[in-house]
Design a protein around this ligand. Structure first.
Ligand code: MF3
Ligand code: CO
Ligand code: CO
Length: 246
């Protein structure tokens, strides 16, 4: 899990300079494929349920599972890039936000709140806490900023498989859900909308967008529960997880 998480995070570090106005999402995905081939690991998403790309790239009102393609990035676009690799049979899954050109005020607030909501969720993780505690921490933080948590997608257990139980909800009640135990591996990956939480899937059967076309953001880490807290496997070696590099 350490190696898989590190490789996934290194990919997200390396592609940051490619996210500029005028670039296409296919170009960024190609750089990810090239990196994966160069270091000799395996993409978890190519061939997964028919998906054909090494990343999901979700721009502006796309919530998740955006398909890389001919779309040209323009100044002020915000995008989530999500990469999952398999290293020696173990999965590392992480995503973060990027900005093409100049970041707008509202988008900056959304990205900040989404990033911080993931960290609020991670802070709760220790043996004896519950998955409901994680969801509650994320939801209360996001809603205190008058933004909304997407309900239609969730985090997941992972390890030697991509998507394992339990579903890791990003909303919930304290004490609800399964109890966390040392040695569990899972992702936390809140999607936050500036408007309403509802999503819909486009006819390509993958791309999820906000129904009200409001901006959406997401951050994802793969983590493991330790004796007294948790370990983040997908920390950015370059310290670039947050798009303002803070
Ligand atoms: N990486 C995504 C997740 O966080 C899953 C992408 S599946 C794909 O779980 F097929 F769309 F790539
Ligand atoms: Co995931
Ligand atoms: Co992911």
């Amino acid at each position: 899990m350490h190696k898989a998480g590190r490789v996934a995070a290194e990919i997200l570090d390396e592609i940051a300079p490619l996210v500029v106005p005028g670039a296409t999402t296919a170009q960024i995905d190609q750089a990810i494929t090239d990196h994966i081939d160069r270091v000799g690991v395996v993409s978890a998403t190519i061939g997964y349920k028919g998906y054909q790309h090494a990343s999901c790239i979700s721009v502006n009102h796309v919530v998740c599972h955006g398909i890389p393609g001919a779309k040209v990035l323009k100044d002020g676009d915000i995008l989530n890039i999500d990469v999952t690799v398999i290293v020696d049979g173990w999965y590392g899954d992480t995503s973060r936000m990027y900005v093409a050109g100049k970041l707008g005020r509202k988008a900056e607030r959304l990205i900040e709140v989404t990033h911080d909501s993931l960290m609020k969720g991670i802070e709760v993780v220790r043996p004896g806490a519950t998955f409901g505690d994680i969801g509650h921490a994320i939801q209360t933080f996001v809603e205190s900023h008058r933004m909304s948590v997407v309900r239609d997608f969730c985090g997941h257990g992972l390890g030697r498989v991509f998507h394992a139980p339990p579903n890791v909800l990003h909303y919930g009640r304290p004490g609800a859900g399964p109890v966390l135990e040392e040695g569990m591996f899972f992702t936390i990956e809140p999607m936050v909308n500036l408007g309403r939480p509802e999503t819909k899937i486009l006819p390509d059967d993958w791309t999820a967008v906000t129904r009200d076309r409001s901006l959406s953001a997401q951050f994802e880490h793969s983590i493991g529960v330790t004796a007294d807290g948790c370990e983040i496997f997908t920390l950015s070696p370059a310290g670039k997880f947050h798009p303002t590099y803070g």
